[in-house]
Design a protein around this ligand. Sequence first.
Ligand code: C2O
Ligand code: CU
Length: 463
Amino acid sequence: MINRRNFIIGAAGLVSATQFPALSLARTSSTELELIAGPAKKKLFRPDAEASDVWAYNGEVPGPEIRVRKGDRVRVRFTNNLEEPTSIHWHGIRIDNAMDGVSGLTQEAVQPGASFVYDFEVPDAGTYWYHAHNKSWNQVGRGLYGPMIIDEPERPFDSSHDITLVLDDWRLRRPGVLDTESFGSLMDWSHGGRLGNWITVNGGAVPVTALKRGEAYRLRLINAANARVFEIDPNRFDAKVLAYDGQALSEPISLAYAPAMLGPAQRMDLLVVPQENFALEEVSSDDPFVMAEFKVEGVATAAVTAPAVAINAIPEPDIANARRVKVLMEGGAMGGFVEITYQGKKLQGEDVQSTRQTWAFNGVANLADDPLFVAERGQTIIIETINRTAWVHAMHVHGHHFRVISRSGSEVDEGKPWRDTFLIGPNQTTEIAFVTDNPGKWLYHCHMLEHAAAGMTTWFTVA
Ligand code: C2O
Ligand code: CU
């Protein structure tokens, strides 16, 4: 776990910029944004520490914030200046399948030196992100991700009241330099994934943001970590939840069950009307880790009313006529013996070492020739996921949002909100429901990126 004593933060206020260098997109269909993936240097730790070797979009970690409006057409010319193939996935966007960016499934990976134009419409407002989708455990883990914010037609919070906070954890070796040797460690793949020992927000340590007392702010939290579940308690600073995974709730809610678990790839928008200075903390240990600080200034005037966030229209699942699909999750450390089929072959003895496949869905590791299921367009699918492993997982459906309709165990989501990624604890069974309204080939995988690579990935098709 994060041991704060190993990493004592120096003076606060070292990093003050929480605003992104935003790419602005003119509202014409011919405008292209440019993203270039390549190696870069980045100080992840204290300013006096060495810079790390990272991989970045346009030289930045996180990559530039892409900010567009609901219904816009987005064109991104992407160039790969890495030494290995890659592609970009637009996480949470109910996107045209050909633009989903999954290397080997929806497109050929973009080769070193080559380009690809992503061209798609964004149907929903909200907080999304983009990230590499080839060897994600390595490419995302080195910094290939960035926020994508889709504004409502009438923007409820102006730019000074709308703050994006991209969380990541990094495994640093002294003196504060990214540990690149341990990428791909089998230990990580079969246990809890690659966990770090240092948290950054927007690529820096403990950014400090000035807020005005008594005004309403939207904080958009994005978990870009490979495997860490951040535990966050919005009640500590009287914040309410506005949205999960990009989708606004019918009204802001105060959490009855705190802290909230923000799993890999999940997002949570908070509404805060600050009265006093506060910190955004990771509270899973006895000694909370301060991730970001907020200095509250000025004198509160009259009580503010927080602007309402518009709700996206997503087709409601028809539970009574749903088709059921079961996914049994097995494998990993402490999971006992599991028979695993990989690329049509039962793994035996040394095979596990050489293929690195240690997890399976219904006995199959990674993508088989046949999809998990073939759905018709407009069908309601219930996926019942049974976690028979000793680990927590963060399951993500591509191209669709779903409702969590039932969950064994104690975690509760008030009001069955729409999500694109859900957490499932050891020995839990969770049912999600969604309408397959988006044709194409879609992944269903664990967003703990080492787990995904080590077997926890499957796919389905919508005709
Ligand atoms: Cu955000 Cu298949 O991933
Ligand atoms: Cu997992």
